[in-house]
Design a protein around this ligand. Structure first.
Ligand code: G3H
Ligand code: 13P
Ligand code: NA
Ligand code: ZN
Length: 328
């Protein structure tokens, strides 16, 4: 059945677990997430970016969600708009059956330029007003998330946002968070806590303490009723990088957010954990492996099935690690 983000994260808070929010843009990713959720009895957050919506098409995407809801009647599914850039994106998502939207007013409508605080408050408040009228939830964002804002996410030298923004700029101010939530009434809040989008987060192995636990804890303490969201939460597993590169790939060595750090974040109040890069890498490493291993293969299913299985295994692992398993 469909569930809103508010309903799901209220339950997660009550029972102290986190929920991975996996990005989808096609059928195989949707099936992979649902197979994993069914195997471990976990509730699901699936999210689509603006790019995903234009890739699959709104009608295709929304009918696909209908199909997944029907195929897995015992699994609660929250369908969420990832990084909405304006009111129209958020409201049209709700019209297509999304139960939750992110209004990312930390950036201007171009989804690149940092926006000023007043713009963020005003546009987020407008979306909250409209969404709450029809029972949908809203995630806002406050702060500068490394690579998305700096445009450094997937840059060629393989280095993320570190070094380009100061430590302070990469952290959300708890006073401002309190003000923002009071002014907008968002259900969930994405905060800058030391992560960035994409594969190239850290150019060296992180030595623990990469997340600002004090900031997470402080914001959680002041705002116990707003659910904290951690973007840029891919771990970029070494085994997937190795498989990708052993099969003709040329990804520069990189490090993501260690799963143990995410688990610590969940202990301090993080409830929604956004993961896209790991799912992409799990799938495309299999494309490479199959392609390199059988040069005459041309049936797409021979590529897509192992890719789907690899993504399913990754999703299942995260459901277990974040404590989502058993809570459907
Ligand atoms: O935060 C961005 C997500 O990883 C989605 O990326 O815009 O390429 O679909 P996308
Ligand atoms: P990753 O790039 O770390 O998977 O983060 C995805 C994300 O935050 C989507 O909003
Ligand atoms: Na931001
Ligand atoms: Zn994000």
């Amino acid at each position: 059945a469909r569930i809103t983000l508010r309903q799901l994260l209220d339950h997660a808070a009550e029972h102290s677990y986190g929920v991975p929010a996996f990005n989808i843009n096609n059928m195989e990713q949707g099936l992979a997430i649902m197979e994993a959720a069914q195997a471990v009895d976990a509730p699901v957050i699936m999210q689509a970016s603006r790019g995903a919506r234009s890739y699959a098409g709104d009608i295709m995407l929304s009918r696909m969600i209908d199909a997944l809801v029907e195929m897995y009647p015992s699994i609660p599914i929250c369908m969420h708009q990832d990084h909405g850039n304006n009111e129209a994106t958020c409201l049209s998502a709700i019209q297509h059956g999304f139960t939750s939207v992110m209004m990312d007013g930390s950036l201007k409508e171009d989804a690149k330029t940092p926006a000023d605080y007043d713009h963020n408050v005003a546009i987020t408040r407008r979306v909250v007003d409209a969404a709450h009228w029809v029972g949908a939830s809203v995630e806002g964002e406050l702060g500068v998330l490394g690579s998305l804002e700096s445009g450094a996410g997937e840059q060629e030298d393989g280095h993320g946002a570190e070094g380009q923004l100061s430590h302070d700029q990469l952290l959300t101010d708890p006073d401002q968070a309190e003000d923002f939530v009071a002014a907008t009434r968002v259900d969930a809040l994405a905060i800058a806590m030391g992560t960035s989008h994409g594969a190239y987060k850290f150019s060296r192995q992180p030595d623990g303490d990469i997340l600002a636990m004090n900031i997470i804890e402080e914001i959680h303490r002041r705002l116990p009723n707003v659910h904290l969201v951690m973007h840029g939460s891919s771990s970029v597993p070494q085994a997937l990088q190795d498989l990708f590169n052993a099969s003709g790939g040329q990804m520069p060595q990189t490090w993501g957010v260690p799963v143990e750090e995410i688990v610590r974040g969940i202990k301090h109040g993080v409830r929604k954990v956004n993961i896209d890069t790991d799912c992409r890498l799990a799938m495309t490493a299999q494309f490479r492996k199959v392609g390199q291993g059988n040069l005459s293969e041309f049936d797409p299913r021979k590529f897509l099935k192992p890719a789907m299985d690899a993504m399913r295994d990754l999703c299942r692992e995260r459901f277990e690690q974040f404590g989502t398993a058993g809570h459907a």
